[in-house]
Design a protein around this ligand. Sequence first.
Ligand code: AMP
Ligand code: MG
Length: 336
Amino acid sequence: MKILAVETSCDETAASVVKFEKGLSHVELLSNVVATSLPMHRETGGIIPENAAREQLKYIIPVINQALKEASSKDSDIDSLAVTVGPGLIGSLLVGVETVKAYSYIWKKPIIPVNHLFGHIYANFIGRKEKEIKFPSIALIVSGGHTDLVLIKSHSNIKWLGGTRDDAAGEALDKTGRLLGLSYPAGPKIEDLAKKGTDTFKFPRPLIESGDYDFSFSGLKTAVLREVEKGAKPRLENFCYSVQQAIIDVLIKKTLKAAKEFRTKSILLGGGVAANGKLREQLELEIKNLKLEIPLFVPEKRLCTDNAAMIGAAAAFLGKPKSWDKIEANPELYFD
Ligand code: AMP
Ligand code: MG
């Protein structure tokens, strides 16, 4: 079965063709095309939703054509379409959803609607045998817009355990980065600079002992602002290390708490912040130190940030194909 998947929930315009054999349970990537309007948002220090959607309107058809070309596929080879229906920016979502509906009508192929957050989880299944990832599993989704802990008992039993009460982990990195004069998105730059820093500031680890699976990261940017306003001039590297470490410590503590409580057989990371090497290394180390023997799965870097291959993978595992007139964008979509 071949799926043409499209993702436009934020500032990326992405299309991918994935191949999936039921039973063999292995999602194969035939193409993965991502056009980003990042340089435009760098100038404004963040995403202006209307500008993002206008750019996506320009890219969407060329990106889909490129994905088909790179997969040496044409409409007759495609069994189903898939598209992110939410959560996300409404203007951006509509570009993908309405375009895919037009293709569906003309090609007479069904559409599998996909929750973007499930996409981040299922990025872990790309290029892997399904059986490698054992359930129950804990998934930590950490991106620019989301920080969520999810318990996966089976493909049809996925339960949200908790998430951020305010800023997402990536958002906290981007916003503190902005205060420190780093360009958007600051996450990768903070990771790089932190390699030469130390935990000078020992910023608070919000909710680390709260006993639930909630997160709160908005206080971090206030803590950083306070230091900046004090006129403190420590090395930028130390600011980066301190912010990154505060976020990582909380993410890991809660992920391992969930892994122990639910006796999980695997831990999955997903989302742009999962590309962070320090998060991955420290989590691996703590799993080992606690002798938990739980395998950690992290998608390859290009599949951590938004892409359409992960939407194709989620569609392959969870998909319920529908007629084009039953598909609607839902910016508020969440788990359940
Ligand atoms: P997404 O929303 O999934 O597209 O991911 C984008 C978010 O991931 C932004 O907030 C980035 O700052 C963040 N990000 C990307 N790469 C890294 C990294 N290496 N370390 C930390 N954060 C990152
Ligand atoms: Mg995302």
